[in-house]
Design a protein around this ligand. Structure first.
Ligand SMILES: [Zn+2]
Ligand SMILES: [Zn+2]
Length: 360
């Protein structure tokens, strides 16, 4: 059985999604039907829109209310406010030890366009669409999500206001709070001031790092970074002089969020001995080269998926930090009606908006 829902569908590679009525399955065992209140648009959605080979419903920062569920779901009731994150198997070693971002089934469950058994959750014009994207496909009025991907929102939190906590915000903040863990004497450099980079800035400031240096090409983004807690904001050509001043031996921690190879190179070269660079983004390049001695001298380059977060812990923690005024993520967000998805998409692509949030 299925129902008709309104979705934003990408049919042509690289083009903005367009609204269309599609057919969404009824929830199967372990699945929850969520009525969306809002969804963020993430750079990963744009990235995947470039190589669609069939109608695709993207979107993976959904939040809303529980409507129905399949057999075996026990944690939710009708109307519960929930936020979704990535899918995980729940049974592999990483899932069982609280690191679901490194689930052995991560790619299969999140990026193959359907459920684990290969079926699609959405039918477009009579054929299975590329859907269940990152366990969601939140560019629609409703989505099917595995129960384990859902986090109950604390009482009083409006799902329409917090959707991006499920991916972009958790990713940047988690890289700092779960992986780098800066102390009060430490210096942090953040490369790229998009949602992920700016979330890292807010987290580093909240953690009390001595210096938070932000590098970006846009002076508007740098001004925003300053507002969010950066102590120094620089254009790339100003970085060396600033580091000579605030971290002459190199920074203790770096976050690379641009996905550009030469920026990653600069980020690693800017580290102090024993420093760590968290790599959170990927771009067109798939290989990088690093000076052997740079790495040999005790430096670490580590990849970080979804902030190495356990969403059930990370999301409520960040929301509490936000409630206390120490994680002002609302300054990144701009809301658009779902009907204006093309406009929101274009503003995301151009960089005019940091985090576009579609509201339903
Ligand atoms: Zn994302
Ligand atoms: Zn797993």
């Amino acid at each position: 059985m299925s129902r008709d829902v309104l979705a934003a569908v990408v049919t042509t590679p690289g083009r903005a999604p367009e609204l269309q009525t599609v057919s969404l399955d009824d929830p199967r065992p372990g699945e929850v039907l969520v009525r969306l209140a809002a969804t963020g648009i993430c750079a990963t959605d744009l990235h995947f829109s470039h190589d669609v080979s069939r109608p695709s419903v993207l979107g993976h920062e959904g939040a809303g209310h529980v409507e129905e569920w399949g057999e075996g779901v026990s944690r939710f009731a009708v109307g519960d406010a929930v936020i979704a994150s990535f899918a995980r198997c729940g049974t592999c070693l990483r899932c069982r030890t609280g690191e679901p971002a490194y689930c052995r089934e991560f790619d299969r469950l999140n990026f193959t366009g359907g459920r684990a058994d290969g079926s699609s959750t959405i039918t477009v014009d009579g054929a299975g669409a590329y859907a269940h994207f990152l366990g969601q496909s939140s560019f629609a009025t409703h989505m099917l999500v595995r129960e384990s991907s859902l986090v109950a929102l604390p009482a009083g939190v409006d799902p329409a206001a917090v959707a991006p906590y499920g991916c972009g915000l958790m990713t940047g903040a988690g890289a700092v709070l779960n992986v780098l863990k800066p102390g009060p004497a430490d210096t942090v450099a953040v490369f790229g001031a998009g949602t992920v980079g700016l979330a890292a800035v807010m987290a580093a400031a909240a953690a009390g790092a001595r210096e938070v240096v932000v590098v970006d090409l846009s002076t508007e983004r740098l001004a925003l970074a300053k507002e969010l807690g950066a102590t120094r904001t620089v254009l790339p050509e100003e970085l060396a002089a600033t580091l000579a001043e605030v971290a002459p031996d190199g920074v203790d921690h770096a976050v690379e969020s641009t996905g550009v190879g030469r920026v990653l190179h600069t980020a690693v070269e800017s580290l102090n001995r024993r420093g760590t660079c968290a790599v959170v983004g990927i771009g067109a390049e798939t290989t990088i080269s690093l000076d052997w001695r740079t790495v040999l001298n005790g430096r670490t380059v580590t990849g970080v998926i979804s902030g190495s977060s356990l969403p059930d812990v990370a999301i409520p923690s960040l929301l509490a930090l936000a409630e206390a005024g120490r994680f002002p993520a609302e300054k990144l967000m701009q809301s658009f009606a779902f009907a204006d998805v093309a406009e929101a998409w274009e503003h995301t692509r151009s960089g005019a908006v940091v985090k576009a949030v579609l509201t339903f």
